[in-house]
Design a protein around this ligand. Structure first.
Ligand SMILES: Nc1ncnc2c1ncn2[C@@H]1O[C@H](COP(=O)(O)OP(=O)(O)O)[C@@H](O)[C@H]1O
Ligand SMILES: [Mg+2]
Length: 395
């Protein structure tokens, strides 16, 4: 089974590209599910489906074509299914803290619950081999990043905090009742979290296995959008997911006439920048369409333009382009750079950005927070990998 995760800034075309990919994989004979993780679902809209049809469906998959299903999660349904006890306890707690009942219930929907629900489905479908391809249409970048860090955070919580907390509660509950009105969680609450965690087991491995999961960053050839894409490139790499393609959407051509002339020039420049930022990850292009990309037929057309005869479910690049690690106690970044001539390496760091120059190759890299106070100290190109070691800044 393959998981294709589409992420990017709001409005760049994630949902259209996710839909287009699904249209092609389904046509290629693969059972495909497109799952929307964006709370502002628009998957049914790009397939031009009836809203009431989706609303009645309770957030389950619905067929849109042969071998093709779409699913838009319904957070309230999911809370009922998986978060019952947790939600109940939080509502009671917030209510006891003086908040109005309705508001308490609303606030007890924690950020991340919807994403956990999505992960539960992905894991379940993977275990039951329900589909050959699962396409994830993510929320705009910041939120989708939080979603990929969830399994690790949960695992840490379960290992370090959960048991302690549960045992502590067993001891404290009788005492607490005597001294305060604030209710402590009952054991059901803990059982419910434990059950949830069991269902999530393995999803982390699934997401970080390059053979299973590919991240595709959707972007436009514009300054602000590219910047955010670089950031996403760093984040997904930090979480050890493999980015195997960058999709450049809404690219103008000469055929677009005089209106596009100024766009053409700036897009040409940004295209070069994009290639150097994301090298050696392939950049795939989608043309700018004159009308809305709506309905299966249009989506399929977009998919054909995007993949140009390639199999969308294939792995476009096997090695993670970027890895953040620790080497001999130092922070290090390892960059996969095939086709780069060995030459003098020049490193400049400005804030969170590292600029690497080697001969006529130049790469701008956004660094994770932990690297910001550090300075690059040593760079070594060995085979196809450039490793840069960071250390304390001496000034
Ligand atoms: N290549 C394209 N050419 C023209 N319009 C596009 C293209 N890709 C997307 N659009 C349009 O842009 C809008 C936003 O696309 P959408 O896929 O919903 O973005 P996102 O999911 O990233 O927010 C939609 O109206 C869509 O029809
Ligand atoms: Mg969308």
């Amino acid at each position: 089974m393959r998981i294709l995760l589409y992420a990017g800034k709001g409005g760049v075309g994630k949902t259209s590209v996710a839909g287009a990919t699904g249209a092609v994989t389904a046509r290629n004979g693969l059972r495909t599910l497109i799952l929307s993780l964006d709370p502002a679902h628009s998957l049914s809209d790009v397939f031009d489906l009836d809203r009431p049809l989706m609303d009645k469906n309770g957030g389950l998959p619905i067929p849109v074509a042969e071998r093709l299903w779409i699913q838009e999660l319904d957070v309230h349904e999911e809370i009922g299914k998986h978060w019952g006890e947790v939600h109940r306890y939080l509502s009671v707690l917030l209510n006891a803290s003086g908040l109005d009942g309705v508001l308490a219930e609303e606030l007890a929907v924690l950020p991340g619950m919807e994403e956990v629900a999505a992960l539960l489905y992905v894991n379940q479908y993977a275990r039951e081999k329900t589909y050959d391809v699962i396409i994830l249409d993510c929320a705009p970048t910041a939120e989708s990043i939080r979603f990929i860090s969830l399994p690790k955070t949960l695992e840490w919580y379960m290992q370090k905090v959960f048991r302690l907390e549960r045992n502590l509660m067993r001891v404290m509950r009788p005492m607490a009742r005597r001294i305060s009105d604030v209710p402590l969680p009952e054991d059901d609450y803990f059982t419910s979290i434990e059950r949830l965690f069991e269902k999530l087991q393995g999803v982390d491995h699934l997401l970080t296995d390059p053979a299973a999961t590919s991240v595709r960053l959707v972007t436009n050839l514009e300054k602000m959008v590219l910047r955010e894409t670089q950031r996403a490139f760093m984040f997904f790499s930090l979480h050890q997911l493999t980015i195997d393609a960058v999709v450049l959407n809404r690219v103008f051509t000469e055929a677009d006439g005089p209106f596009a002339r100024s766009w053409l020039q700036s897009q040409r420049e940004y295209r070069q920048l994009a290639e150097s930022y994301f090298h050696p990850t392939p950049c795939l292009e989608v043309p700018f369409y004159r009308c809305e990309v709506l309905g299966y037929g249009k989506l399929f057309e977009l998919g054909q333009a995007l993949f140009a005869g390639r199999d969308p479910a294939a792995l476009f690049s096997v090695r993670p382009p970027l890895e953040f690690t620790r080497l001999n106690g130092s922070h290090a970044v390892r960059i996969h750079l095939p086709f780069v001539q060995k030459s003098e390496i020049d490193l400049t760091k400005v804030g969170e950005e590292l600029i690497i120059r080697m001969g006529n190759f130049k790469r701008n890299l956004i660094l994770p927070r932990a690297f910001v106070p550090l300075a690059p100290q040593k760079a070594e190109l060995k085979g196809e990998h450039l490793t840069i070691l960071f250390g304390e800044r001496y000034e």
